[in-house]
Design a protein around this ligand. Structure first.
Ligand SMILES: C[S@@+](CC[C@H](N)C(=O)[O-])C[C@H]1O[C@@H](n2cnc3c(N)ncnc32)[C@H](O)[C@@H]1O
Length: 256
């Protein structure tokens, strides 16, 4: 069922984002966006990732589905959706992919609370949640400062922690580890340059009873995503990521 929803989500993204832009403008945007993530990371904090229609379309059409597929596999492997929490706070939710991936794996999908500094991204997140038939509330704010729902909601932060300044990241770590055992999932790229803080976070999660995993996955990408990948000169036939999590599972290694 979710795979059909992924196809119709991507078709809907294509219809909206490729109505005003040519495919080559989006693939150019994707090249620029991936350059910002890999080589010009300092610009992320100035909002460079989401500046310009081509880059925004690439973010929604390419990274949204890619992150959805990755987070869904991780949630499955860590058994975070059976039964899963009644609410999910999606920090730096962007276009809503991570929360949707987790909630749509649950038999009774959690209510998503998406927080992001980008108003544009929050609008996209609402489309994403509708596409997966999950309920969500989008709120504009800074993840380190915004109030989170008080309860046993799960928390996901996918590809977002590395965009935070040092002080905000330290505050966030404290908050994530004080959730009273509620599930927490942090997903980041494997590239060391993106997360020099990873080791400290990893040790803090492990001391709190959490676990760290690395993922290398061969997933079938939606045809448009695969076409953009090739056109932009990228290669995501194998998807990689690493995660920190607090789950009910014991800390045995999961091989993927
Ligand atoms: C690479 S995107 C990831 C989006 C989404 N989580 C995903 O997996 O596709 C990072 C997101 O974090 C958001 N962000 C960066 N700094 C933030 C902050 N201080 N507070 C809230 N959101 C932030 C950006 O606007 C962007 O949407």
């Amino acid at each position: 069922m979710t795979d059909e929803l992924v196809s119709s989500w991507v078709a809907e993204l294509e219809a909206r984002h490729l109505s005003d832009l040519q495919f080559r403008e989006v693939s150019r945007g994707l090249r620029a966006l991936s350059g910002t993530y890999v080589e010009r990371r300092e610009k992320l904090k100035q909002g460079a990732a989401l500046s310009g229609a081509g880059k925004r379309a690439a973010f929604a059409l390419f990274y949204g589905p890619l992150h959805f597929l990755l987070v869904r596999e991780i949630v499955r492997a860590l058994q975070m959706a059976s039964p899963g929490p009644s609410g999910i706070v999606d920090l730096g939710c962007g276009t809503g992919a991570a929360g949707a991936a987790w909630a749509s794996e649950q038999e009774r999908p959690a209510l998503i609370h998406g927080i992001d500094i980008s108003a544009w991204a929050l609008g996209e997140a609402e489309h994403t949640w509708r596409a997966f038939r999950v309920a969500g509330r989008a709120r504009r704010g800074d993840v380190a400062l915004a109030a989170w729902p008080k309860g046993r909601e799960g928390v996901v932060a996918a590809f977002a922690v590395n965009e935070l300044p040092d002080a905000a990241r330290a505050t966030l770590l404290e908050r994530l580890l004080n959730r009273g055992g509620a599930p927490v999932l942090v997903v980041e790229p494997v590239a060391r340059a993106a997360a020099p803080w990873w080791r400290e976070w990893r040790e803090a999660f492990e001391r709190a009873g959490g676990r760290a995993d690395e993922w290398r996955l061969r997933l079938t990408l939606p045809p448009l995503v695969a076409k953009l990948d090739r056109a932009a000169g990228l290669d995501h036939r194998e998807l990689t990521a690493r995660s920190l999590s607090i789950t009910q599972l014991p800390s045995y290694p999961i091989t993927r």
